[in-house]
Write a protein that binds this ligand. Sequence first.
Ligand code: DAH
Length: 383
Amino acid sequence: MSAPNKSYDPVEVEALKPEEIERLRDEALAAFAAAGDLDALQEAKVAHTGGASPLALANREIGALPPHAKAAAGKLVGQARAAVGKALAGRQAELEAERDARVLVEEAVDVTLPYDRVPAGARHPLTTMMERVADVFVSMGYEIAEGPEVEAEWFNFDALNFGPDHPARQMQDTFFVRPAEDGRGAGGAESADGESGVVLRTHTSPVQARALLDRRPPVYVVCPGRVYRTDELDATHTPVFHQIELLAVDEGLTMADLKGTLDHMVRSLFGAGMKTRLRPNFFPFTEPSAEMDMLCYVCRGESVGRPDRPCRTCSSEGWIELGGCGMVNPRVLTACGVDPEKYSGFAFGFGIERMLMFRHNVEDMRDMVEGDVRFTRPFGMEI
Ligand code: DAH
């Protein structure tokens, strides 16, 4: 700040002379015009409009003038500062617009460029479906049990009470890796040691026998896995597919426990209000045996007899066939060293592909095995 203005004459104060104010104004305008970018403009702004700038200092001199001189000096400085402020704002807008235009060009992304990133992989919907079913039982305390896919004929058939002449033992249904050694061919094996032929397991039920031989009752296991049959690949068949099997062996288990367990499963997987029904059937390893159906989770049975409201999921049947089930045949318990007088059990098994088909409206089973990510991607990144 300059020395006190003792003469009270505004023109006597150097900093308030009109030429000086004009010069300061022009200097500021020139500095703003010369600023090539926003950083330079910021520096010029501080130098020419900040608290220590010559115009701000001149403004402070006004206070020391006599009252009659203040108005003229105030107007002079005020106009100059207004012009400087306006020039600053104008240049600021100009430089910002230039920056925005430049950023748009520099940071543009060419969305048409081919991309070379490898997309993150996701598990196959069959795997996640199978684990989702298994989880229902794991949360009830069941244990996951596994068995080999290349299985002894004894486990796949004999232990499960399939007679030697059962049609499933024929080559047209089962992939034989090695027929029984004793020359009796498929179906001749009688025990687990040596004589048994070797097959690609045709179902997950042999894991029932393995689980019973490995543990003492009570046994509560769930066995997900891959199985093989000599079917041609078409829209509704595949020679390699997946099943999930359940086995419970304990004292006093009845068909009511089986039914309650099935109902709990369909409610967990398909929502409240779901239920199952059983229809008589035959399996060598269960007695009695049943076919299990679940209520159609789409129409909940309401499409039955209503041609005006057809249901594609259950073909207006109201029920969807799920798989087989029953009370474990005492002969299976005996073959696995479990006393059928003391223990009883229930079991069920069904195909995962079929469940995925009706749960997600998959129309062609081949889509599940071809490995095309256009099929799997809509299922998302479930871990
Ligand atoms: N293993 C049978 C199949 O593949 C399905 C089955 C039926 C499993 C009844 C079971 C059962 O556990 O009790 O056709």
